[in-house]
Design a protein around this ligand. Structure first.
Ligand SMILES: C[S@@+](CC[C@H](N)C(=O)[O-])C[C@H]1O[C@@H](n2cnc3c(N)ncnc32)[C@H](O)[C@@H]1O
Length: 298
């Protein structure tokens, strides 16, 4: 049982999904991880078994999902990889064995053999990758065995209002990147994807078997590795037709708006700072004025 195992420090649990306002944070962490397990198992083929299989949780954090697969890790081999050293160190100490973990760099490769895994999942990871998104997708393709399965989540449709501040419009979103340089401690960058873009680009390397449209605010795609070798350029190349360009133009507008909002916020904080500075500098003058007025009124 996952509850019988230690929990990571709150800071590590909280960094993969804000636990604020969800009651007891570890109960919420446990619950959310159990839900992702159910969703993953629900997408796997009926005859699937972990017995003798190797699986990887790419971008595993401190194991919110992996901790719910510890018995499967005894029957097969379960790996976790993440860029976050503190999360990987904690997992190494607390849950290995039965898990195996490794820290990865920001960009691929992962340093494991071709065809190492039967199954890879990446939950809430491609939702935040930007320039290295397609290179990582191809790296996961490389790491899968022939016909290996990938479950990857993407977001857009369900979170457009909250993340982009506008209603969802499939025709102006391909892979639109927002908050490109936002730190991971603030949630990292945001990559919005539409179903058509995922089918047009990810679909070149993977056969898209199923898309479960709404779990934890994201779409979950079950894909099977195609027997094909592709480069980043081949996967990124826009498909024919106007929507790729419409989406690019819209992404430009979104970035422009982000810059304007940032400038406004910067100017406001500068103004507030100047006001408080002039208030402090003129404090002795105001005090002298009060003294003079009190003499006059005697
Ligand atoms: C939103 S969290 C999701 C964590 C986990 N998949 C879950 O559902 O609990 C995104 C994770 O992706 C990891 N990540 C970001 N960039 C990465 C990269 N280039 N390689 C591996 N992991 C990465 C982050 O460190 C973070 O732990």
């Amino acid at each position: 049982m996952s509850q019988d195992h230690p929990y990571p420090p709150l800071k590590l649990a909280d960094r993969v999904c804000s636990l604020e306002g969800r009651g007891d944070p570890f109960t919420a962490y446990e619950q959310l991880g159990a839900e992702t397990r159910t969703a993953l198992v629900g997408l796997l083929p009926d005859q699937w078994s972990f017995e003798g299989k190797r699986a990887l949780d790419f971008g595993c954090g401190a194991g919110r999902t992996l901790r719910h697969f510890l018995s499967e890790a005894e029957a097969g081999e379960l790996w976790g990889a993440d860029i976050d050293a503190a999360s990987i160190d904690w997992l190494q100490e607390a849950l290995c064995p039965p898990l195996h973990v490794l820290r990865c760099e920001v960009d691929p490769p992962l340093g494991l053999e071709h065809g190492s895994f039967d199954l890879i999942w990446a939950l809430s990871v491609f939702t935040h990758l930007t320039d290295n998104s397609i290179p990582w997708l191809l790296e996961l393709h490389r790491l899968l065995k022939p016909k290996g399965l990938l479950i990857a989540t993407y977001m857009g449709r369900w979170t457009s209002e909250a993340l982009a501040g506008e209603p969802w419009d499939e025709d102006r979103v391909g892979m639109n990147v927002l908050r490109h340089d936002q730190d991971w401690s603030l949630g990292g960058p945001v990559a919005l994807m539409s179903d058509w873009w995922v089918r047009a680009h990810w679909g070149r390397a993977f056969e898209i078997l199923e898309v479960e449209p709404l779990i934890h605010g994201q779409s979950w795609a079950l894909m099977r590795k195609r027997d094909i070798e592709l480069t980043t350029e081949e996967l990124e190349r826009p498909e024919d037709g106007p929507r790729e360009f419409a989406a690019l133009r819209h992404n430009l507008r979104q970035v422009q708006r982000e810059i304007e909002l940032e400038q406004q916020a910067h100017e406001q904080s500068l103004k507030a700072h100047e006001q408080s500075l002039s208030w402090r500098v003129t404090r002795p003058l105001r005090a002298a004025g009060r003294v003079a007025r009190s003499f006059r009124s005697r």
